[in-house]
Design a protein around this ligand. Sequence first.
Ligand SMILES: [Zn+2]
Length: 357
Amino acid sequence: MDKLNLKPGVLTGTAVKELFAYCKEGGCALPAVNVIGSNSANAAMAAARIARAPIIIQLSHTGSQFFAGKTLDNGREQASIAGSVAGAHHVRTLAGVYGVPVVLHTDHCAKKLLPWLDGVIEADEVYYRQHGEPLFSTHMVDLSEQPLAENIEIAARYLARIAKMGMTLELEIGITGGEEDGVDNRGVAHERLYTNPADVLKVYDALSPLGNFNLAAAFGNTHGVYAPGNVKLRPTILRDSQRFVEERRKTRPKPVSLVFHGGSGSPQADIAEAVSYGVVKFNIDTDTQWAFTHPIKTFMDEKGAYLLTEVGNPEGADRPNKKYFDPRGWLHIGEQGVTVRLLAAYDDLGSRDRFVF
Ligand SMILES: [Zn+2]
């Protein structure tokens, strides 16, 4: 299989569709990292540059709000909308400078948060009229807590709207367990964490005629990282779902592009197996949060005696500590931690050195 040719910068339209199709056929997937500001966004693009692979950069509802600044009122989702737009412009400005292709995505979006996504899609539409492409590459709606019929109906409405700009929609069926971004699914009934292949067929039938979609079909995935044994992934649900659609609709193998939520802390074997069944996007958040914070803690512990006063440390009462407390120093340690963790994800997902750009 020839390497896929891509242009650096934010990918939109058919380039996104071709990228996911290539990953599915080639048996690799891309990390999708939640970013909350310039530090995490830049660390993600730095990882893509080293891995010679595209990166999926995604903004959640609260990640967008944080990007805008936590002091802003968000009563009408204005901070989350503006934060998403600001994050997108940040990435658009720098992706070419890093020389990497980026898929820009918004994460989740439960029913009550749809006004946030509506505002972001309005910004896509304005950008589309000016530039012939949307601001973002792809969006997600997450109606997994609603009945399946309502989930599909709302997803179809959003896909019809963004398909006019060539955009791909991600949706979720079954439920991702655990807790993330203010959504707590730790108490959800066990069987709801596992998708039924017949439901995948319903999604396929409803959405295929409308445009491109990626499906987060739950197979025991959980947001967050928990003690070993608490999470039981069953990737064979993905294989069975693909076969069910293939047999019923006489499609090519692996007709659905799948998304792996709650990738943090997952065993390598489960990741590889899920990718072999058509997972093209692997969400990682908890592990990159840890990768950012932990090396900063180590730094703070090791340099603790240099961080107590602006002047004065074990080398002398008049010695300045500026080079230790300048936030650029320790924030960059966090950025490097994220980059290193994402490089390990690329290795797990088999997507290094598969692209030319
Ligand atoms: Zn998720």
